[in-house]
Design a protein around this ligand. Sequence first.
Ligand code: DC
Length: 229
Amino acid sequence: MSQKVINIAIDGFSATGKSTLAKELAAKLGYRYIDSGAMYRGITYFAQKHGLVNGETIDLELLNHLDKISLEFHHNSKRGGSDLILNGENVEEHIRKLKVAKHVSAVAAISEIRKFLVHQQKMMAAQKGVVMDGRDIGTVVLPDAELKIFVTAREAVRTNRRFLELTSRGDKITKLEVEANLRQRDLLDTTREDSPLVMAEDAKLLDNSEMTREQQLELAMKWVAEKLS
Ligand code: DC
């Protein structure tokens, strides 16, 4: 008998390790990993590149350019996971910088942008066999996902993890800057009007502050097994 194929939605605050968990689950199950945050980051990078970010303000002229933005994921066999391709250019390195992180929550609060991306994300998951992570996946993008996980971790743990990630990629930043960015994004992401970050009623809560990667994967795989049985 062929194995049942499901969709898995992973949501949570910034830098909780959602994407690590999502990538490892996808690899283990042979599913596709989709990093929805990368898509918001891609649009933010596009806006910055085209002079559509002025100070803290996003120029809504950006909305007239959405039909010129194509976003795809290409598998990266060296690193595992996938790279974001924006209009044919691999922008993975650029979208991970703090410069993009500083404006991405403002871009993600714009309803037209959310509509544009949510439509694409739903299409990507239509055939099932997808692990998608973000902020509104269990609530808006894939409300019918068979398994929903809400990931959280203590703020100091999250700051430390993101600081190590960014400095290992060569970003010259301080821990204080990382902490301020996480706080600002969490505030904007949880208080915006359109699809704020909330835990879906039927999601499983996973606090990984005291867990290793292996432990969190093991727990998530236990939940997957329950859904597949
Ligand atoms: O997961 P991330 O840190 O790469 O996400 C970047 C930003 O994009 C995050 O601060 C909020 C926004 N986002 C969102 O609003 N909805 C999603 N599904 C994914 C990300």
